[in-house]
Write a protein that binds this ligand. Structure first.
Ligand SMILES: Nc1ncnc2c1ncn2[C@@H]1O[C@H](COP(=O)(O)OP(=O)(O)OP(=O)(O)O)[C@@H](O)[C@H]1O
Length: 217
């Protein structure tokens, strides 16, 4: 059981791979910190493992199953098994959506019955310590920290087996950052979720991660 990148080669421009045969594996219940110099491809590898970017060659294995398609083309059981959070919550939400719509979005697109969605959204925002009266607000009406909490709630909507955190805390104040890491750690401890944490903050990863993977360019 693991979320694993096997010999992944991928880039954004033809014949200029950013990753060339990259490998990383995350076991259930494990927090793996991904470090390396700026531009070495950490976010790219995170996107590949989150099934958002298809490798040119190599593969992603999710608990032994090879993920051959990405984004909405990936089968639902794989899409819902991996959650992802990004550095900038503002760039990762639809500004027209309320907080409730943002958190509900993966549930709706994954086919959750509408009668269950509202209750689950309340459960999720409670989990990330967001007040219920924020549910009707839009992104521009709440702080970065509150919006990142909503994004973490969205990432946890389907109780993913793995979570990819790409610089989740780097735009946040220290206390919000610590609170979000605690929420993630609770999911690790309670359900055995595996985490890939990308961060520039070595001190954070030294305390958060069980082990570090250094991407040598
Ligand atoms: N969408 C994109 N289109 C074109 N090039 C990209 C894109 N995303 C990343 N790159 C390029 O790919 C390389 C690796 O970027 P990536 O963001 O994966 O690295 P990183 O290690 O996460 O960097 P940082 O630590 O600075 O966030 C960089 O040269 C970057 O400019």
């Amino acid at each position: 059981m693991s979320l694993t990148a096997v010999d992944v080669t991928v880039g954004y421009r033809r014949e200029k791979p950013v990753l060339d045969g990259a490998r990383v594996t995350v076991a259930p219940g494990e927090v793996v910190g991904l470090v390396g110099p700026s531009g070495c491809g950490k976010s790219t590898l995170a996107r590949v493992l989150a099934l958002l970017l298809a490798p040119w060659s190599g593969r992603v294995e999710l608990d032994g199953e090879c993920a051959t398609r990405v984004r909405h083309r990936a089968p639902r059981r794989l899409r819902t098994a991996v959650g992802v959070t990004f550095q900038s919550p503002r760039r990762s939400v639809d500004p027209r959506f309320t907080v409730a719509d943002t958190v509900a979005e993966p549930l709706r697109s994954g086919g959750a019955p509408e009668r269950d969605v509202e209750a689950r959204v309340v459960e999720l925002i409670t989990r990330v310590d967001l007040a219920r009266d924020l549910l009707s607000r839009r992104a521009h009406e709440i702080s970065d920290g509150q919006l990142q909490r909503a994004c973490l709630a969205r990432a946890l909507a389907w109780q993913p087996r793995y979570l990819v955190c790409d610089e989740m805390t780097s735009m946040l104040d220290a206390s919000t950052a610590a609170a979000l890491v605690r929420v993630v750690n609770d999911e690790v401890a309670e359900r055995g979720m595996g985490v890939l944490a990308v961060s520039h903050d070595r001190e954070l990863l030294d305390v958060w991660a069980d082990r570090l993977v250094d991407m040598v360019p």
